[in-house]
Design a protein. Structure first.
Length: 125
């Protein structure tokens, strides 16, 4: 069973919003960091909003965190953003984040270390 890249995209999105709390994180700006289409970001943010993790504004367009980071678990993000897909590895990393963005340039290395440990723990359980 493989988790779609929406999980890592959702973590990337939440990280950007957290690191940029003083500005409105627009769909286009977030999409540039993730290196994807703003429509993908709107869909992920819609799922995160439905789960009560973010608020989405129309004017000015963008997203903000609703809950404190300490109150958001990876399980919350998983439940909000993920639909199970094909058999294979448990986690699939989203591809080609923007290397010119501080989050985009580092998110895969950081998440890979964490997700390997998470998968190992899940498999051991």
């Amino acid at each position: 069973m493989k988790i779609s890249s929406r999980f890592t995209v959702a973590i990337h999105v939440l990280s950007l919003i957290l690191l940029n709390q003083n500005i409105v994180s627009t769909f286009e700006w977030i999409a540039e960091s993730v290196n994807t289409n703003p429509v993908v970001i709107r869909r992920v943010l819609g799922k995160l909003k439905k789960a009560g993790l973010v608020d989405i504004r129309r004017v000015p367009a963008g997203a903000t965190l609703v809950r404190n980071l300490e109150d958001i678990t990876l399980l919350d993000v998983y439940r909000a953003a993920v639909e199970v897909v094909e058999d294979g590895e448990l986690f699939q990393m989203h591809e080609n984040p923007n290397p010119n963005c501080p989050v985009g340039a580092n998110i895969q290395d950081v998440l890979e270390l964490i997700l390997v440990q998470v998968q190992d723990a899940m498999e051991a359980y």
